[in-house]
Design a protein around this ligand. Structure first.
Ligand code: ATP
Ligand code: MG
Length: 417
C-alpha cells in the first residue's frame, strides 16, 4: 500500500474510525498487479473525513465520497454504505451510510472486488474473494439474479473482469446473466461503452465470445452475432489477432482492435455500432476508416499502392504495420509474401517522395487561376484530376507538365458542356 494511503488510514483510525483499502486495489495487490488507484472505505462520514484532512475535494458527497489529496495524488475515501432499493435497474434509489464494513462489502458486485484490508486487521474477506481469485472465478456477492436485477451494468462488468483477468464466470452468475441480459437496455450507452472499451483492450478480448453465448450481444452489438454464429476457426483467428495488438496509447489500441472486430462487416457497420454506443467522433472515424482499409485488396503495382496511400492518408503507416495480421485471418488465401511485397513497395514510394496527395503536387490553386481556370469547383476538380495523373505517372509532377495537363483538362470539360 502506498505510504500516503496508509497515512490516511492511520489518521482516520487515530480519530476513532475504521478505515480500509477496498475493492479493485485489494484484488490487484493479491494478484501482484499494480492497482490503477487506491480506494479507501471508512466508518467516518464525509463531513468527518473533510474535517481531518487539509486538502479534500467533494467528489461525490451524495454517495459518501470525498477525495483526499496527498502529494498530488487523490485517494477516494468513501463512507461505509448500503445501497437502498433499485427500482430502475441502474442506480440505487438512495444510499444510506452504515457503521458496518461487512454491509458495505455486501453491496459490491463480485467476490474478488469485495475484500478490504488494513495493517491492523489484515484481509477482510467475507465472501470467498481470495478463494475465487485463486480459482480464477468471477462470482457475484449474494444471489446473482438479485444483484443483476439491481444494476444491469454488472453483467458487462462480469464479462470485462473475466477478460481482464482471464477468469471464468461462475455457473450461477453466468446463468443469471443469460436470463437477465435484456435488462442491459436500461443502462446508458456511455456506461456500456466504458466497459466495452476495457473489454476490447483487455488481456483476453477473446473472452468476449461469452457475451454472444450469454446473448448479451443481442442487446448491445447484434451486428457481430454473425461472426460468432459462423466458422469457429475464423472468429478464433479474429479474436487472436485482436489480443495480439498493442499500443502505448490505450485509445489507439482500442481503435485498432475494434477495426479487426468489425473486419467482416465493414466500416459502415463499425460506425453505426460506435455511434449507438456514443463513442467520440475521432474514434468512430478512425475505426470505420481503418476497417475499410483492411478490406482493400493488396496492391499489385506502385500505382495501386499510391492510390491506397492517397485514401489512407494519416492511417497508412498503421495499415502498413497491422496488415500482416490479415495473413492469419485469411489462412491459405493470403501469403506473408503478398504483404511483404506491399510493404517493400510502400517503403520505396515513401523514400522517393512520390506525390500521393494534392498538397504534394508541384502546382496549386493560385497557379491554376493564373492559367485562367475559373475559381471555385473547377479548381478542386482540376487538382483532383492532376493528382490522379501523377499517381499513375509520378514523373508528371512538375509545374510545366501539370500546367499543360490542366489546360488540356479545361478544354475537355468545356467541350463536354
Ligand atoms: P478498475 O481497475 O477497472 O478500476 P475496480 O474494481 O477498481 O476496477 P471500479 O469501477 O473502479 O472497479 O469500482 C471500484 C469498486 O467499487 C469495485 O471493486 C467494486 O467493489 C465496487 N463497484 C463498482 N461498480 C460497482 C457496481 N456496478 N456494483 C457493485 N459494486 C461496484
Ligand atoms: Mg477502480
Amino acid at each position: 500500500m502506498p505510504s500516503d494511503a496508509a497515512a490516511i488510514i492511520r489518521e482516520l483510525q487515530k480519530a476513532g474510525f475504521e478505515a480500509y483499502i477496498v475493492g479493485g486495489c485489494v484484488r490487484d495487490s493479491l494478484l501482484k498487479k499494480k492497482p490503477s488507484d487506491w480506494d479507501i472505505t471508512t466508518s467516518a462520514t464525509p463531513e468527518q473525513v473533510k474535517s481531518l484532512f487539509s486538502v479534500t475535494i467533494d467528489t461525490g458527497i451524495k454517495h459518501g465520497t470525498v477525495t483526499v489529496l496527498k502529494n498530488h495524488v487523490g485517494y477516494e475515501v468513501t463512507t461505509f454504505r448500503v445501497d437502498g432499493t433499485y427500482s430502475d435497474g441502474r442506480h440505487p434509489d438512495k444510499v444510506e451510510f452504515t457503521p458496518s464494513l461487512i454491509e458495505d462489502l455486501k453491496r459490491r458486485d463480485f467476490t474478488i472486488n469485495a475484500m478490504a484490508y488494513n495493517d491492523k486487521v489484515g484481509l477482510v474477506d467475507k465472501f470467498g474473494g481470495e478463494r475465487d481469485l485463486h480459482k480464477g472465478i468471477i462470482r457475484c456477492v449474494g444471489d446473482p439474479m438479485e444483484r443483476f436485477s439491481e444494476d444491469a451494468l454488472r453483467m458487462m462488468r462480469a464479462v470485462r473482469f473475466s477478460a481482464q483477468l482471464g477468469f471464468f464466470v461462475d455457473e450461477d452468475t453466468y446463468t443469471a446473466i443469460r436470463k437477465l441480459c435484456a435488462n442491459i437496455k436500461k443502462v446508458s450507452a456511455e456506461r456500456i461503452a466504458k466497459e466495452f472499451t476495457k473489454l476490447v483492450n483487455s488481456a483476453h478480448p477473446e473472452l468476449m465470445q461469452i457475451m454472444y453465448n450469454m446473448e448479451l450481444t443481442n442487446y448491445i452489438i447484434p451486428e457481430i452475432n454473425p461472426l460468432f454464429a459462423g466458422d469457429a476457426n475464423h472468429w478464433h483467428r479474429i479474436l487472436a489477432v485482436m489480443s495480439s495488438i498493442e499500443d502505448k496509447d490505450e485509445k489507439r489500441k482500442f481503435d485498432k482492435r475494434a477495426a479487426f472486430l468489425f473486419y467482416d462487416f465493414g466500416g459502415q457497420t463499425a460506425s453505426r455500432v460506435l455511434k449507438r454506443l456514443k463513442y467520440d467522433n475521432d474514434t468512430i472515424n478512425y475505426v470505420s476508416r481503418l476497417t475499410d482499409l483492411l478490406k482493400r485488396p493488396f496492391e499489385s503495382s506502385e500505382t495501386e499502392m499510391r492510390r491506397t496511400m492517397n485514401i489512407a492518408g494519416d492511417l497508412m503507416p498503421v495499415l502498413d504495420t497491422i496488415r500482416l495480421n490479415l495473413v492469419l485471418i485469411n489462412e491459405g488465401e493470403l501469403e506473408v509474401k503478398d504483404i511483404a511485397d506491399c510493404q517493400l513497395m510502400y517503403k520505396k514510394i515513401v523514400k522517393r517522395g512520390d506525390a500521393v496527395s494534392i498538397s504534394q503536387l508541384k502546382i496549386n490553386g493560385d497557379d491554376l487561376m493564373e492559367l485562367g481556370i475559373p475559381k471555385g469547383k473547377m479548381i478542386g476538380d482540376t487538382l483532383k484530376y492532376l493528382l490522379d495523373e501523377v499517381i499513375a505517372h509520378p514523373y508528371l509532377n512538375n509545374k510545366q507538365q501539370l500546367s499543360k495537363l490542366a489546360l488540356k483538362y479545361k478544354e475537355e470539360v468545356n467541350e463536354k458542356l
